[in-house]
Design a protein around this ligand. Sequence first.
Ligand code: FES
Length: 190
Amino acid sequence: MSVTGQPGAGAPIRKASIDLASTGAARGTDPLHSVPSDQATQIAAARIVGLYKDQPGALLPILHAIQHELGCIPPETVQVVADALNRSRAEVHGVITFYPHFRSKPAGRHVVEICRAEACQSRGGEQLADHARKQLGCDFHETSADGAVTLEPVYCLGLCAQSPSVMIDGQPHARVTTEKFNRLMQGVQS
Ligand code: FES
């Protein structure tokens, strides 16, 4: 998922080789959407922290890696990260809440990001956002009641000349009208 426009948030991620199944963390078949126990989550976070903590600017790579492996940054991992980096819990929490990319709860099966930056806003982005909220029955940073779709804002996808634009499960789409949005959603939900 993109965090375009947010300085520093796009730090490269070194994939952490964490075997959630061996920790008992994984439940179900998709680790991105499973809900590990608090203890298993903390063990996974500690392993990820161990991979990055000695490198400069370790916080963002750690947070990206935790979200990549666990599907979100569960609240119980915040203290693990803070302790390892000698920071306060509030500091780590502040970074997590600053970047819209990071989430504290697992996403739905699909993630729909709607561009909220200026070019898209001036070319129908607001109407598209209203339409998406209505269609999905949820607001930004929330997931539809059936758990299918999480709606997120994004700040420029590099498609300004073809706005308004959206990203669905990492795939960008340009010139998205409300009708096109409906068609795209039928595709992901079918
Ligand atoms: S402002 Fe939306 S893609 Fe650039």
